[in-house]
Design a protein around this ligand. Structure first.
Ligand code: F6R
Length: 603
């Protein structure tokens, strides 16, 4: 997703900006640009593709003495990845970079166009710079014009703006998208949409809050909230890249669990619209002649596929089969042209999944990848790709990639439902509304994390774990068990709750731990009676549910139960944290568990 940098100081501005953008490359982008203001003149450069292209374009440019600049890597949401759509966007005398989405941009754009403003790009961002200039012409004061501009914007944004009418300042605003401002010990000012861009540059930083805006100059940083000036809450920024990349967390896995709200917002941005799902990367006609979906993947990605198969059948009314890629390869599978072949992969390099995709292509099937790594082998091979937008996942045990895969496929199931007319407008709207709430459902509260930390000490021994659930919560149980196995090395299985009585219940005794996923919105009574059966055989029960369950030995109460998917995502976080805390207590290497690799490029 997009990245922002900014700088005021005497060092070579271009180098600082490009270097900062390089640190944000991992978030993915398809174009990049910078604008540098010096001696009342603004120079701007943009290039499609990798930063190397931008460097080539700027090779003859260098700032000299005090100057300032803003830079951006863009991940296309509104409009194609072209140079015109790349940031910074210019007006007559100002430039802007922006992350996020301006929800009311159409209405703002039409009104500006009526006033005669010409737009060069298809982006939502461009309205910001024109609006600022319009307000400046009315108010003749840059700060009031900026304030009025951001008051008019709806949606999520982190914005930097430079303007010739106030050539010593960078204006900034943050609402819903991250933005950090800092300084080094010489007083030079640095901006970044993630601290990765500031490490080694700024020594002190301020993590801006939603609603913060203001300006910076060589004189310092001024932050406002609700028109009141705020005290500066500066924190030291470590110069150690690895620990800074962990953002204060003990492990990458922990950080990745915590950042799921942010990456899920990235996954839905520009795709979950007011009344429909929109995938720029797909065309409805791609689904012509398709009446079956086959999903193929490995490990966690397989579990996400299994979960979403329920959605494809329930919502899009399309037959969906999920297969483990390593099995699919050698079973001489029947492949018919009415089948859309979907592969899911975090890395895009998993050998078994890649080979399954090649087989489907050879059989002439339409293919679609749900993948987190652009330009990976799987992305290059599939007909189309929906990028999961989880950002780089460093923990070997996958967490945020799983979350974004499920979200991407939930959106896809609604997209197919739109095409096939299997849901009413109201039903679709209510799904879209539920999607917008998911980033909240995955927020980790201190209370929850503390509770799981405490509980974990009771789950270190015993002879095994059964994670159980029904419907979509069965694949979530599989995923919960896989997480625990991977990093705690304890034996864990995921099982459909209703299937326990057909064999596994023989294992039940007080040393068997049952992690029961008991959502309120999906088959609660059925799961409850399955858990009662286990409790009657003395299994130790950890129930996860919004409804009190008196037979539980331990109980984690969930709070988001307005929709099965909000329950799903909230329970997902709880199982991830449980695996993490059990592993920590056992003294294991959470980020690099034994015997496992992040990308499995062998059979
Ligand atoms: C589990 C995990 C693995 C991967 C599997 C597929 O935490 O990371 O099970 O999910 O190796 O990898 P990708 O998704 O890269 O194809």
């Amino acid at each position: 997703m997009c990245g922002i940098v900014g700088y005021i100081g005497k060092k070579e501005v271009k180098d600082i900006l490009v270097d900062g953008l390089r640190e944000l490359e991992y978030r993915g982008y398809d174009s990049a640009g910078i604008a540098v203001l010096q001696d009342d003149e603004i120079k701007s450069y943009k290039a499609v593709g990798k930063l190397k292209n931008l460097e080539d374009k700027t090779k003859d440019f260098a700032s000299d003495g005090l100057a300032m600049g803003i830079g951006h890597t863009r991940w296309a949401t509104h409009g194609k990845p072209t140079e015109l759509n790349a940031h910074p966007h210019l007006g007559e005398f100002s430039y802007v970079v922006h992350n996020g989405i301006i929800e009311n941009y159409q209405e703002l754009k039409s009104s500006l166009q009526k006033d005669g403003v010409k737009f060069l790009s298809q982006t939502d961002t461009e309205v910001i710079v024109h609006l600022f200039e319009k307000n400046y012409k009315e108010l003749n004061d840059p700060m009031s014009a900026f304030e009025k501009t951001i008051d008019t914007l709806h949606g999520a944004y982190a914005v930097l703006l430079i303007t010739k009418v106030d050539p010593e300042k960078i204006y900034f605003a943050k609402h819903g998208s991250p933005m950090i401002v800092g300084n080094d010990d010489k007083g030079d000012i640095h901006f970044g949409s993630s601290d990765a861009a500031l490490i080694g540059k700024a020594t002190e930083v301020i993590y801006l809050d939603d609603g913060d805006y203001g300006y910076t100059s060589q004189e310092g940083i001024s932050i406002f909230f609700d028109k009141e000036k705020k005290a500066l809450n500066k924190r030291a920024l470590t110069g150690d890249k690895i620990s800074a990349q962990k953002g204060g967390f003990r492990f990458f896995m922990e950080k990745e669990i915590y950042e799921q709200g942010e990456v899920l917002s990235d996954t839905i941005i520009g795709r979950v619209l007011d009344e429909k799902i929109n995938f720029e990367e797909l065309h409805e006609s791609f689904f012509d002649g398709i009446d079956e979906i086959k999903i193929c993947a490995c490990g966690t990605s397989y579990n996400s596929g299994l979960a979403c198969a329920y959605l494809f059948e329930r919502q899009a009314k399309i037959k969906t089969v999920v297969e483990i890629a390593s099995e699919f390869r050698y079973k001489e599978p029947l492949m018919t042209k009415n089948t859309l072949f979907v592969v899911i992969s975090q890395s895009g390099e998993t050998a078994d999944t890649l080979e399954a995709l090649k087989m489907a292509k050879r059989a002439g099937l339409k293919t679609l990848a749900i993948c987190n790594v652009d330009n990976s082998s799987i992305v290059r091979l599939a007909d189309h790709t929906i990028l999961a937008r989880a950002g780089i996942e460093k923990g070997v045990a996958s967490t945020k990639a799983f979350a974004t895969q499920v979200m991407a496929m939930w959106m896809l199931s609604i997209y197919v439902a739109q095409i096939k007319n299997t849901m009413s407008k109201d039903e679709i709207k209510s799904e879209l509304n539920a999607m917008r709430h998911i980033p909240n459902a995955v927020i980790v509260s201190d209370k929850l994390h503390e509770k799981i930390k405490r509980l974990s000490k009771r789950y270190l021994h015993g002879h095994g774990f059964f994670f159980i659930g029904r419907d979509m919560f069965f694949p979530l149980a599989l995923e919960g068990a896989l997480k625990l196995k991977e990093i705690s090395y304890l034996h864990a299985e995921g099982y459909p709750a209703g299937e326990m009585k057909h064999g596994p219940i023989a294992l039940a005794d007080s040393e068997l731990f049952t992690i029961a996923l008991m959502p309120k919105t999906l088959h609660y009574d059925k799961v409850k009676s399955n858990v009662e059966e286990l409790s009657a055989r003395d299994s130790t029960i950890l129930a996860i549910s919004p409804l009190e369950f008196e037979l539980a030995d331990d109980f984690i109460k969930t709070t988001h139960c307005e929709h099965p998917m909000s329950e799903f995502f909230e329970m997902m976080v709880i199982t991830q944290l449980l695996a993490l805390e059990v592993s920590v207590r056992l003294g294991n290497d959470v980020d690099m568990p034994r015997n496992l690799a992040k990308s499995v490029t062998v059979e």
